[in-house]
Design a protein around this ligand. Sequence first.
Ligand code: TRP
Length: 433
Amino acid sequence: MSTTRYLTGITTTGTPHLGNFVGSIRPSVAASLTSGVQSFYFLADYHALIKCEDPARIQRSTLEIAASWLAAGLNPEHVTFYRQSDIPEIPELTWLLTCVTGKGLLNRAHAYKASMDKNTAAGREQDDGVTAGLFMYPVLMAADILMFKAHKVPVGRDQVQHIEMARDMGASFNHLYGEHFVLPEAAIDEHVATLPGLDGRKMSKSYDNTIPLFSSREQLKKLIGSILTDSRAPGEPKETEGSALFQIYQAFATPGETEALRKAYADGIAWGDAKQVLFERVDQVIAPMRAHYEELMAHPARIEATLLAGAERARALATPFIRELRAAVGLRSLAQAAAPQKAAKAAKAALPSFKQYREADGKFYFKLVDAEGRLLLQSAGFDAPKEAGQAIAQLQKAPQALQDLAPRLVPVEGVAPADVAAALQALADAAAA
Ligand code: TRP
């Protein structure tokens, strides 16, 4: 019944390489097949604009990344797979969050600070070449996550601060306007390897040491041939420790195959032969996907249709949610405020209310908020939604239940117990009326 929602975005500025496959595509596709999990994967093309001013490259990268994920087995029937810029509610939510985000919070973002430090070191003005887009990056990312009420966000370590910021922004908004957002958590897979590139440093576009995921067989062979090795001759035992070739092999082979190569290293396999072994093993994994990739790349209109269908599913959630959020902050229809026949409904709406929700820790919580969304009472975590529901029922029946349930409740700072009791009484009275 209770599913965990995973959401992650991929910035569309580059061509997917083996490091992306091992570190992100493969584990994400596998995770999307787990039961009890709902996955939202999207192409972060608004984020791409922050780093890339080449329109053709943005378009090309969007196509290549979408085709790569689909070729790697992502099933768009199971996963909500969409393009960020097809969801106009995201920039709208970005603005709502911008208005509850301290500028100081954004000043502390690592990516922004790194740009400032670089400028300072080079003797330039602090904000030289820093766009407001770079500064606002964490807010756009928070909108991506909060819009779809994601519980878990699989990201690399460099992105953890952004998830914490999204939590902060969601919590600020909830505090001001009532419980609307689920507060997300970063999900970091400790078992996923970071792949070394051709020169032994982390495989990354910025080091220009990548092996594209979908190069041709010939190109793949040539690139693997150019992996940096030491100068040990054939017959000399070789070190697996620190060998980029060995680490890449390990990410594609079974444990048994990896052990066999470890032994071959000890026995002095020639580097040329080791590269051939690596090439054949990687190609064995890639070849079936490559055929699918090429087929997709030859029919970009199909990918476009897949993404538009994904956007439609995403917007089925985003459109009503942004409506709710607009109303919460006061962007409301004036006609409704004026209509006198709505008075009875308004009186009912003015009552306090209970809200049940699930936190990223997997536990079930409830809150009591007054008509303005001010928090009056907060529960501790319950293991089952039913327990939380029963506690609410007790409180609704009689305010005295507050005493019995005290161990399961967390007092809210600045709220007098009498106010809580009065709110419960108002609810009980309304139910009796
Ligand atoms: N910033 C992420 C990266 O560079 C990409 C991204 C954008 C993202 N929006 C997101 C990741 C939302 C997770 C959730 O890797």
